[in-house]
Structure formats: C-alpha cells, structure tokens
Ligand binder design. Structure first.
Ligand SMILES: [Zn+2]
Length: 237
C-alpha cells in the first residue's frame, strides 16, 4: 500500500503535493513553486537586523520566515546556533563600537520600540537588533544559554499584534512569525524616528501573505478541497 492510499489520499493529488515540495530554491530554501525571491524588494531601514536561528528551525520550509525577512532587509544577517556566547560573529557584533545592540525580547525591563529614546542611548551608533527566529520554547532555551544576549538592553512592542499565520496549529506558534515581527518592528521604530520613514516594509507582509496562501492551497489540495479564497488581510496598524 502506498503512503497516499494509506492516508486515504488520491494518488494524483499526493504526487502533485510531493512535486511542490521536492525542489528547493537555493536562495530562500523554499520549494521552487513557492519561491518568493522575485517578489522580494530590498528595504533600507537604517537599522541592522540579526536573525538568530536554532539549527532545528533553520531549514524548515513551513514556519521559517526569518530567511525571507533577511532577504528583504538590506542590512541583515542570519546566525545559526543553539547558543551564542561562543559564536564568533555574534560576539563581534556585540563588541563592535559602531553598533548599539539590543535584543528583541519581552520582559519587564524591555523598552518599547515605539517610544524608547534611542537618540540619547545610541550616541550616533547604528541600532542593531537581534531577533530570535524560533518557536517560543526554543527561543527561551537559546536566550537562557546565552548570557551575553541576556545582558543586552531589551526591546519589545507597545501593542499586541495577532499573527495571520492561519496554517500553524501548535499553541506555541500562535506568536508572530519572524517576518510579521520584522514588519511591526520597523513600523514602531519609524514612529520613534530610528528607522527611515521612507522605508516601506509592506513588501514583507505581501510576501508573507503569498506564503500563507500557498500553504493553505497545499493543505486544501491534500484534503481534496478547492483552492481557498485569496487572503484579505489588512496591513494597517
Ligand atoms: Zn527563492
């Protein structure tokens, strides 16, 4: 018995789904049918973004939006590790005097991105934000194992945002995806005058919505349903 018939799936649809998932784009690591590289428009924000990825998450297709965010944000990097105190690049960035490093992480001592007085703190240095691209469980582990990141001033949001990532079902994943987080962070940092106001982050959400639509269509295909209606999700605050 084939896997598809064991799952009660029509073999044709199963093959189509498998074909979607087999070949990968080497730039965004997504299946070629859902490669968004041509939709990505570089965004120059004036802030440096570092995406910290857990090796377990780094090559996941479904949930990993950090890679797409990083491809969009001109001054950004991805660092893959489980902990960062012995990671050479992370430590280089923390000690680089041209940067004012902060960790995007909630906490009582966190400063709001929208209202923090960056100008007084950064003394002409470029703001560098470390974003953890992982589930909450892994993110907590990564930070717990990295005291040098814990010591950094923390940044958080002054508003609660809901994720449009309907496809995810794990309770721990109800938090914002990394690409949504980047979008809202840029919006808030624009309000506090730290991100260039002419930078338009809406491309991040557009790529994200295409990705969600593709995943919903794949799910419907697996379940033998027709394609879902296009998403109508507002980009407003
Ligand atoms: Zn691609």
């Amino acid at each position: 018995m084939s896997i598809s018939s064991a799952w009660g799936l029509p073999t044709g649809r199963w093959n189509l789904y498998n074909a979607h998932m087999s070949e990968k784009c080497l730039k965004c690591f997504r299946p070629v049918q859902s490669c968004y590289c041509s939709d990505i428009h570089p965004i120059q924000t004036g802030v440096k973004f570092i995406f910290l990825m857990h090796p377990k998450e780094a090559y996941k297709q479904k949930t990993g939006t950090g890679r797409l965010a990083s491809l969009s944000l001109v001054d950004s990097e991805i660092i893959i590790a489980q902990s960062f105190d012995h990671n050479k690049r992370t430590q280089q960035l923390i000690s680089d005097s041209s940067y004012f490093p902060m960790l995007l992480y909630p906490g009582k001592d966190a400063h709001y991105a929208e209202s923090f007085d960056f100008q007084a703190q950064r003394e002409g240095r470029t703001l560098l934000v470390f974003l953890v691209d992982a589930t909450w469980r892994l993110a907590r582990q990564m930070i717990f194992r990295s005291p040098s990141l814990q010591k950094l001033p923390k940044l958080s949001f002054s508003h609660e945002y809901r994720s449009a990532f309907a496809i995810k079902t794990q309770p721990e994943d109800y938090c914002l995806s990394t690409i949504e987080t980047s979008y809202y962070l840029i919006k808030e940092l624009q309000k506090s005058g730290i991100c260039h106001t002419e930078a338009d982050p809406s491309g991040l959400m557009e790529v994200f919505q295409k990705m969600v639509k593709f995943q919903e269509d794949c799910r419907d295909e697996r379940l033998g349903r027709g394609p879902t209606e296009p998403l109508d999700r507002s980009l407003k605050d």
